[in-house]
Design a protein around this ligand. Structure first.
Ligand SMILES: [Fe+2]
Ligand SMILES: [Fe+2]
Length: 396
């Protein structure tokens, strides 16, 4: 589960590693995750965030290796989401004299989740500070990054930002810092996390990043995954690109099929899009994971999305994809819907409506066929693929 690690003088990472979690409210965490909490030992003792409640005793054991948990003076709650706050009742039971520091929305969230009517909660806003001895911590509210209650905590004398979900990764490893894992794996997990948790908050990220950038930091300690001490500039640059869902020359052909007709269409679209310099990918929904698919969507230039018609309706796997996609609100994408049907259409049309509601600019009406694509339809599919490839080549 990991022992405490001193990340700066008298500041310890005391959270837990959840090696085996694979389903984080639908997000497939193939490398597990961590719930990071940090203990600052100064004249006053401050704990930054807690962990998922099933690990609460482990958190308290980790703290006890450094100080008696009863001596905690402040519990700084950067974020009310239960992966970070649900051990609050356990911490407050161990340290009944502690004062919780949270935003106004954080206070209300903690009270709604956990009652805590006898807890002392000091409400802070951007610019407020807390002196704990040799350090003066300051707080920056980051509403909607990730929830309305969210904030980050900054220790100027340590050049350290407790960045909450921002810069997080669902990534359990034996290492503690970003330079202790392979760089490509780190960035892949950071991208996956952004795509599945933060993509829909691009506008908020654009507002929040300047506030983070103006801080003098050499370490960012997020609430999940590795602590950044080497790759902060890479994360900031990536977040800027991801906030715009910056398109690359990539065409995704995402589909499902019943009797291989929509699959034939998908393969013809892929064939049309395949050329040097364009990353064209075929993604069948029933054999791919939505978490991984959204990671591909984040920087794709174009999406062709196909569904056959089942009972006058979209296929359930395609409906699930469309619903997830719509919630994540990708920007800067073009696309088109396609699919086969029998006597009554509907699947491709519904995909088209979903793409429209998602804000994806469609390059044509839904491309459909009855029962099975003939040579002319397959040629039209190849043309669609080529058109999408033509349009994303500008991003080279
Ligand atoms: Fe969160
Ligand atoms: Fe989180």
């Amino acid at each position: 589960m990991g022992n405490p690690v001193e990340i700066k003088k008298n500041i310890y990472s005391v959270g837990v590693k959840d090696w085996n979690v694979r389903d984080f409210h639908g997000y497939t965490t193939s490398r597990g995750s961590t719930y990071n909490a940090y203990l600052i030992v100064d004249e006053k003792i401050a704990l930054v965030d807690t962990v998922k409640n099933r690990f609460s005793s482990r958190l308290l054991e980790n703290i006890a290796k450094i100080v008696d948990p009863a001596k905690i003076d402040y519990l700084i709650s950067n974020h009310t989401e239960p992966d970070h706050s649900s051990s609050t009742p356990h911490v407050m039971a161990a340290a009944p004299g502690a004062t919780i520091i949270a935003t106004a929305a954080g206070k209300s969230g903690l009270e709604k989740y956990y009652g805590g009517s006898d807890w002392k909660i000091n409400v802070v806003k951007t610019g407020d500070t807390l002196n704990i001895g040799s350090r003066t911590l300051s707080f920056v509210a980051t509403p909607m990054a990730h929830w309305p209650d969210s904030m980050v905590t900054y220790s100027p004398s340590d050049k350290l930002l407790f960045s909450m979900d921002i810069f997080g990764q669902h990534f359990a490893s034996s290492g503690c810092f970003d330079d202790e894992v392979p760089y490509d794996e780190l960035m892949r997990e950071a991208k996956k996390y952004y795509a599945n948790i933060i993509m829909h908050l691009g506008k908020v990220v654009k507002k929040t990043l300047p506030a983070v950038e103006q801080l003098d930091i050499d370490m960012a300690a997020p609430a999940h995954g590795l602590i950044l001490r080497k790759h902060i500039p890479d994360f900031v640059a990536s977040y800027k690109d991801w906030a715009d869902c910056k398109p690359t020359p990539k065409v995704l052909v995402i589909y499902d099929t019943m009797w291989m007709s929509t699959e034939q269409m998908a393969k013809a679209i892929l064939e049309g899009a395949t050329r040097p310099g364009v990353d064209a990918k075929l993604i069948k929904l029933s054999v791919n994971d939505l978490t991984e698919i959204m990671t591909e969507v984040l920087d794709a230039g174009a999406l062709a999305v196909g569904s056959p018609t089942l009972n006058n309706n979209i296929l359930p796997t395609c409906a699930a994809f469309c619903a997830y996609l719509r919630g994540l609100k990708p920007t800067n994408k073009i696309g088109a819907a396609f699919g086969s049907h029998g006597w009554a259409g509907g699947g491709a049309k519904q995909v088209d409506e979903e793409l429209e509601k998602t804000g994806i600019a469609r390059v044509r009406e839904p491309l459909t066929c009855v029962y099975k694509p003939d040579a002319a339809t397959l040629e039209e599919c190849r043309k669609l693929g080529a058109e999408l490839a033509d349009k994303v080549e500008q991003y080279k």
